[in-house]
Design a protein around this ligand. Sequence first.
Ligand SMILES: [Fe+2]
Length: 300
Amino acid sequence: MTIEAVAEARGDPMARQVKRSGYAGRSVVERKRGYKKKVKRSSSPPQPSSASMALQDLFQSCKDVFKGPGTIPLPPDVDRLCHILDNMQPEDVGLSSKLQYFNPNNNNALVVQGTVNHPRVSYTTIYQSTNFSLYIFFLPAGGVIPLHNHPGMTVFSKLLLGEVHIKSYDLVDCQQASSSKLRLARLVADKVYEAPCDTSVLYPTTGGNIHQFKAVTPCAILDVLGPPYSREDGRDCSYYRDFPYQDFSRNCEGEEGTLMTEEEGREYGWLEEVEMPEESQMDGIEYLGPQVVENGTCFC
Ligand SMILES: [Fe+2]
């Protein structure tokens, strides 16, 4: 089954973003020798290769931690997953800094797409279930995943390769009602991350639940989503546009019920929900790295 078919069959909102294109995404991932892409069912469980032990550990830990919608990992579980992710290498998912795609001077992705302003982002699915999913996002230089939320979800993001600018917000309550569609949000992150770096974690209402990625250089981000998006379960993805706090500072007082100073206002912004931006369109590509093994079945 192709990645597109899997996404559509599960009603995953990512499916709406999957489009075929001339993008040379398949060259992003190194194929592991000896790996077979068919689902295996045997009495003796297939053993992951040494290169995938970290991935298998991550997978098993996710199974232990994410028990379905409503699950918010406890601090020891967060530490456990972060520890695994912090130590993961690109090779654990079949990637390498030597791949041409990740050459900082590589502009091939932009040329192939012919859309210099909106180089397309690709993603691949390592695993997905109703409890959690493992994705890798590939952003060419200049590629953007626009501001979007993660309703009721906990998300671990591990930058495997490259440099990316991450901006993130958490919504906060205004002290007075406003007829505006703008929502006050506290700025959580607004900086460039360079691999290797620590894993970032966002929660349903904290940690920067609404975030945006802009690739400074070609990069790869491993995401753990628990639970995944589900329109049926009320976890659809919404997109936003942000404005500086000072642009609409009289719309609403701050969290403490007072108008903020200019300096205080720099830690906040206004978010307006928007239709799915064009640059959110992604190409789904096949995952060709080491596989995870579930109950004797290779998720291939
Ligand atoms: Fe996200």
